[in-house]
Ligand binder design. Sequence first.
Ligand SMILES: Cc1cc2nc3c(=O)[nH]c(=O)nc-3n(C[C@H](O)[C@H](O)[C@H](O)COP(=O)(O)O)c2cc1C
Length: 347
Amino acid sequence: MSPDLRTTYLGLELANPLVPSASPLGQRIDTLRALQEAGAAAVVMPSLFEEQIEHDEFHLVGALETGADSNAEALTYLPEIADYTSGTDAYLRHLEATVRDLEIPVIGSLNGISLGGWVEHARRIEDAGAAALELNVYFIAADPAESGAIVEQRYVELVEAVRARCSIPLAVKIGPFFSSVGDMARRLVAAGADGLVLFNRFMQPDIDLDEMTVDPELHLSEPDELRLPLRWIAILHGRVDCSIAATTGVHSAQDALKVVLAGADVAMMASALLRHGPAHLATVLHDLDEWLAEHDYDSVAQMRGSMSQQHIPNPVAFARANYAHLVTGFVSPYDWRMAEPEGELRA
Ligand SMILES: Cc1cc2nc3c(=O)[nH]c(=O)nc-3n(C[C@H](O)[C@H](O)[C@H](O)COP(=O)(O)O)c2cc1C
């Protein structure tokens, strides 16, 4: 009998733990269909951004005011108003069409950082038929004068505000940069999050030495980036009362297995699917199924969290562990201890 791959995420019953995360893959219905065909259990739509919503609303107000001031000619502005709102409206129309077209649950996504009118769109995403909402708080605490406590409080208030505006399940996607990830996780759950998506992958700018510019380029992830979410999922499993999704670095079935063993309910994928196309998900699903069968697991439920921090014999492995021992015992590929000291060092 083949293993039972079913999982529950945000109260949604899913056929397996593989979910394409928010990315341009969600922009086209045919790509979304291909992902469903490949076995995706649900899909997260690309985000509707706070900036996009506020830009649309700013221009809508501007256009309406201009129109009101300009007598009969005002009518000619109407097409422009339609254009101005196309970002937000097009998103909601695309979401509606996707929900109608796909059989799997469709999760909407809002992305922003401040308390403002844009959070009303949580309700619009619900009205468009989304099965759940993911709120991505992509905040870089770049002001040294702002305390961690203020930044954290802003997260909590934002989650409360979004929670108050919709009744579908709410997941919150956060980064790893908190003094206490666990405390923050608990506060977000208390504020109304039904799930946590760990972790946002922040774009790290680089300096281009030829052009002398700062390069904000977007790079796809590598599998070794999995270790950061893996650790925190293992630490949080069984300690926060919510669903957990892993994102960042899930490229293969092995990666998906690791995050489920650590305690994730779903393994989300973006970079690997952007690199290899939707059919890659079918390969991952096949390999996942095969691994479970070969290792005598009856189900994903049976393995979930079995290697979380609370379930392994050596829980410090996920904490500071034998850090001092590892660092002092590290053997460099180049054995510098055997090399002759040179120059000043010798003197
Ligand atoms: C091109 C691109 C666009 C993305 N757009 C969004 C987005 O709109 N909203 C969001 O929450 N995350 C977005 N992400 C982040 C992904 O959902 C995911 O969390 C991140 O890429 C890490 O997962 P990965 O290692 O599987 O790529 C985007 C990522 C990429 C590469």
